[in-house]
Write a protein that binds this ligand. Structure first.
Ligand code: GLN
Length: 283
C-alpha cells in the first residue's frame, strides 16, 4: 500500500502548495529577492508571470506536444487518423491563448517524460503527478482529478484490494495502474501492455483476471463490452485520488507561468467546462 499512500501524499502536497501559492507567497522574499513559499523554495512561475517572460520553447511559435493516443476520452485517434480527445483539445486551446501552433506527437506513454526537452516540449496524456516523474519533469497546475478503476469480467469474485493478491492483472506499461499492481499487490502476475485496449482484449479472452486502468478509459472500454465487463470504482479498492497535469521541462518557470496562465483563463472563460462536457460527460 506504500504507493497508494505516496500518491495521496503527493496529491495533498500539491494542494498544500497551491494554497500556499495563492495566499502567502506574494509577501515573502528570500535573500536573492525571489519570491518564496512557506518552505523557502522559490515559488514557481510567479516571477516569470509578473515579468510576462516568454519561454524559449515558444520562441519558434510552435509547441510540440507528446501524447499517447490510446486513452479515450482524453486522447484517441479519430476516424481521420488524427489525435483527438479532451487533452488534445485542451492543449490546442492553450496554444491558441499563447499564440503558438500546437503539433501533436503520438508516442508510447512510457517514453513521454524522457522525451521532454528533446523530441517534445511538453506532454499531455492523462498523466498523473507522481514524485518519480517530478524528478525529471515539472508539472502544470492540476487540471483533472482521477482514480484507478478495476475492469472485471461479469461474475468475477474480485471485490476488494486484498482479492487482487496473486491475480493476473493487465495494466498499461509505466502507468500508475502498473505501479499499484507491480508494487502494492501481493504476488500478482502483472502483464504490461503498451495499449490499454490490448489488455482489455486479453481480459475478454480470459488471459487476465482484471485490468487496472484510470476511471474514464475504464468506463469507455467496459462500455464497449457491455454485458461482459464491468468497471468497478477504485474507491472500493482503496485507491487514492490522482491529479492529471501537463508535464513540462524542469526549471522552465516562464513556460510554466504561460501554460498555467492559459489554463486559468480557459477555466475562467468557460472553455474548459465546454471541453469536459463535449469529451467526458457526453460520452
Ligand atoms: N494516469 C495514469 C498515469 O499517469 C495513466 C495515463 C495514461 O495511460 N495515459 O500513469
Amino acid at each position: 500500500m506504500k504507493r497508494l499512500l505516496a500518491l495521496s501524499l503527493a496529491a495533498i502536497m500539491t494542494l498544500g502548495l497551491l494554497t500556499a501559492c495563492g495566499n502567502q507567497v506574494a509577501e515573502q522574499t528570500n535573500e536573492t529577492g525571489k519570491e518564496t513559499n512557506e518552505t523557502g523554495e522559490e515559488a514557481e512561475g510567479t516571477e516569470a508571470e509578473s515579468a510576462g517572460e516568454i519561454s524559449q520553447v515558444l520562441e519558434d511559435g510552435k509547441l510540440t506536444v507528446g501524447t499517447n493516443a490510446e486513452f479515450p476520452p482524453f486522447e484517441f485517434v479519430d476516424d481521420n487518423g488524427e489525435p483527438d480527445g479532451f487533452d488534445v483539445a485542451l492543449i490546442k486551446a492553450i496554444g491558441e491563448k499563447l499564440g503558438v501552433e500546437v503539433e501533436i506527437e503520438n508516442m508510447e506513454f512510457d517514453a513521454l517524460v524522457a522525451s521532454i526537452g528533446n523530441k517534445i516540449d511538453v506532454a499531455i496524456a492523462g498523466m498523473t503527478i507522481t514524485d518519480e516523474r517530478k524528478e525529471n519533469a515539472d508539472f502544470s497546475d492540476p487540471y483533472y482529478d482521477a482514480l484507478q478503476y478495476v475492469i472485471l469480467p461479469e461474475g468475477s469474485e474480485i471485490a476488494t484490494f486484498d482479492d487482487l493478491a496473486g491475480k493476473t492483472i493487465g495494466v498499461q506499461l509505466g502507468t500508475t495502474g502498473d505501479f499499484i499492481a507491480s508494487d502494492d499487490v501481493d504476488g500478482a502476475e502483472v502483464k504490461q501492455y503498451n495499449k490499454g485496449v490490448d489488455a482489455v482484449n486479453d481480459l475478454i479472452n480470459g488471459r487476465l483476471d482484471c485490468v487496472i486502468i484510470d476511471k474514464n478509459p475504464a468506463l469507455v472500454f467496459a462500455a464497449k463490452f457491455e454485458g461482459q465487463l464491468t468497471a468497478v470504482d477504485g474507491e472500493q479498492f482503496d485507491f487514492g485520488v490522482e491529479n492529471y497535469a501537463i508535464a513540462m521541462p524542469k526549471g522552465d518557470t516562464a513556460l510554466a507561468a504561460q501554460i498555467n496562465g492559459a489554463l486559468k483563463e480557459l477555466k475562467e472563460d468557460g472553455t474548459f467546462d465546454e471541453l469536459v462536457k463535449k469529451y467526458i460527460e457526453e460520452n
